[in-house]
Design a protein around this ligand. Structure first.
Ligand code: MSP
Length: 513
């Protein structure tokens, strides 16, 4: 069986999960489910990034011992995901003993290869980013991300010979056009490499300044830099480079937002190269969820609570909105108004209405039993063709994480089916007692609706299961509804005449505001 592996960022536990974290993790879940629908074995790694200054400072602010503090927030991340219908993940903590062991092994390996050296260093340290900035990188003397003045720190540290690999990396990115996607982020990464501002990476922190980290195996007076530690979760989550899962699942896909492009586009490939490990497949970079055109962040007090949204609008509608509204790579504005509009138009009006009309008509005309189709007319064949086309586009776009366009492609079919109901007017056929023709029309509708419900499993697992249940199909939200969706694309039908259906459907009620 083919395999598929993807990761989310390993989230900092200095603050509780918000919409931005939920989005990346929902994308990972939908991707894994899509690949399961393609018949693959698939899962993702997510987790919590728990070392470093930032975490220690947050624990102090909350008057808690660091360990208690990280246990609490890490637990909140882990328990939130299933509430959002997110499954098939391994949750890794950077404080897990197994992870710490792998980080130490990897550090030793890089050290033995001669890629780590000891040196004196003075630099501008930003606590928010947990890293040093060079003069050239600062904007008006401030950190470009946090707009705060970094602290000038001078100390002896260990350095990773990153600069040695940069010409190789530049060539690799140039010759592998979709290594970093969408393209604008590839261009940004190349820009970083061309600017010449990158130096060797400081990968240690002296214990005189920070003890909350993983000991360097070759000098226990130092702990490991938090990014060097956290990035390795992507392979420790598989059990490390010697494990069976690593052989089976690596290289995988990474999902991140643009805030952490640099460590993923520059540090991580170079680390893998130095370790002699294959590079990841693609770095998939998304934009920010904004609130009134400003990035959501705890410090600005404009964060959206995913749990509250899900409780108000439902798990499926919330997932649908996020995956439909954000064009992967670009920023998107979050507002409850746009969410309600989206839910009412796409889910209640288009999809919900289709299910409700077609099921109640089948109840009335055929006692909720799927009729046998007779010969298809041109308009029926057009629907069958569109069904194949929409599904093909949908599956292809979902795989390259363009869920907004993928759903748009599927909605072409949903809208066409509603129009087909209007133009074929089953009520008129019934009145005219044209039962054979009526049976064909209802069959074309029902069989297409089954395909749509299958397609939607990665996006709305619960609703997909409910829709399939109403169409008399055995389904559960945790298991892919078919062995492989490719077989469903190539053959229309798949719904047996004689199947008993639900008499009515109200899966997506309109939201009144
Ligand atoms: N700990 C590092 C990642 C280490 S990965 C080896 C980190 N953590 S974080 O908690 O700050 O998470 C950043 C990620 O959260 C982003 O890359 C993105 O996936 C998600 N988001 C946080 N805020 C976001 C938005 N406002 N919009 C979209 N996603 C954002 O960085």
């Amino acid at each position: 069986m083919e395999s598929f592996y993807v990761t989310t960022p390993i989230y900092y536990v200095n603050a509780r999960p918000h919409l931005g974290h939920a989005y990346s993790t929902i994308v990972a879940d939908s991707l894994v489910r899509m690949h399961k629908l393609l018949g693959k074995e698939a899962f993702f790694v997510t987790g919590s990034d728990e070392h470093g200054d930032k975490i220690v400072q947050a624990a102090e602010k909350n008057n808690l011992p660091v360990k208690d503090f990280v246990d609490g927030i890490s637990g909140e991340f882990r328990s939130l995901w299933p509430e959002l219908g997110i499954e098939n993940f391994r949750f890794c903590r950077t404080t897990d003993a197994a992870h710490e062991k792998i980080v130490q092994e990897m550090l030793q390996k890089v050290y033995d290869a001669g890629d780590i050296y000891f040196g004196e260093f003075s630099g501008h340290y930003c606590y928010g980013c947990e890293r040093f900035y060079t003069e050239k990188e600062l904007e008006d003397g401030c950190c470009p991300q946090h707009k705060t003045k970094p602290e000038l720190i001078s100390e002896k540290n260990y350095f990773f010979r990153m600069s040695k690999y940069l010409p190789w990396l530049k060539e690799y990115i140039e010759t592998h056009p979709d290594f970093i996607r969408p393209d604008r982020y590839r261009a940004e990464a190349l820009g970083m490499l061309e600017a010449g501002a990158l130096e060797d990476l400081c990968i240690s922190r002296p214990k005189t300044r920070l003890t909350w980290g993983i000991d360097l195996p070759f000098d226990t007076k130092y702990v490991c830099y938090v990014w060097f530690d956290a990035l390795l979760t992507y392979i420790s989550g598989l059990g490390g480079p010697q494990s069976q899962d690593f052989a089976r699942y690596w290289p995988g896909e990474h999902l991140v937002a643009k805030d952490i492009l640099k460590p993923h586009a520059i540090f991580w490939p170079v680390m893998l190269k130095s370790l002699g490990l294959p590079l990841y497949e693609h770095l998939n970079v998304h934009g920010y969820w904004l609130s009134k055109d400003t990035k959501m962040s705890k410090s600005l007090g404009n964060i959206v609570e995913p749990r509250a949204m899900m409780q108000t609008y439902g798990q499926d509608a919330f997932r649908y909105y996020l995956l439909r509204e954000m064009h992967f790579g670009s920023d998107a504005n979050f507002s409850e108004e746009t969410m309600v509009t989206r839910i009412n138009s796409d889910l209640a009006n288009d999809l919900g209405n289709l299910f409700s009309r077609v099921l109640s008509m089948t109840a009335k005309y055929f006692s909720s039993i799927v009729p046998k189709p007779a010969a298809k007319l041109e308009q029926d064949k057009a629907i069958v063709d569109l069904c194949v086309q929409s599904m093909q586009n949908y599956v292809q776009l979902m795989q390259v994480i363009r869920s907004a366009e993928a759903l748009e492609a599927l909605w072409e079919l949903v809208r066409a089916l509603n129009k087909y109901v209007d133009s074929e007017a089953p009520w008129a056929l019934f009145k005219a007692k044209e039962m054979e023709r009526l049976g064909t029309v209802m069959y074309v509708l029902l069989a297409s609706m089954r395909k749509i419900a299958i397609c939607l499993w990665p996006v709305m697992p619960k609703a997909s299961t409910l829709m399939l249940g109403q169409l008399g199909q055995k389904a559960d939200e945790h298991t892919a509804p078919v062995k492989t969706i490719m077989d469903e694309i190539t053959c229309f039908g798949g719904l047996d005449a004689g199947t008993t259906l639900a008499e009515k459907s109200n899966i997506f009620p309109r939201i009144q505001r």
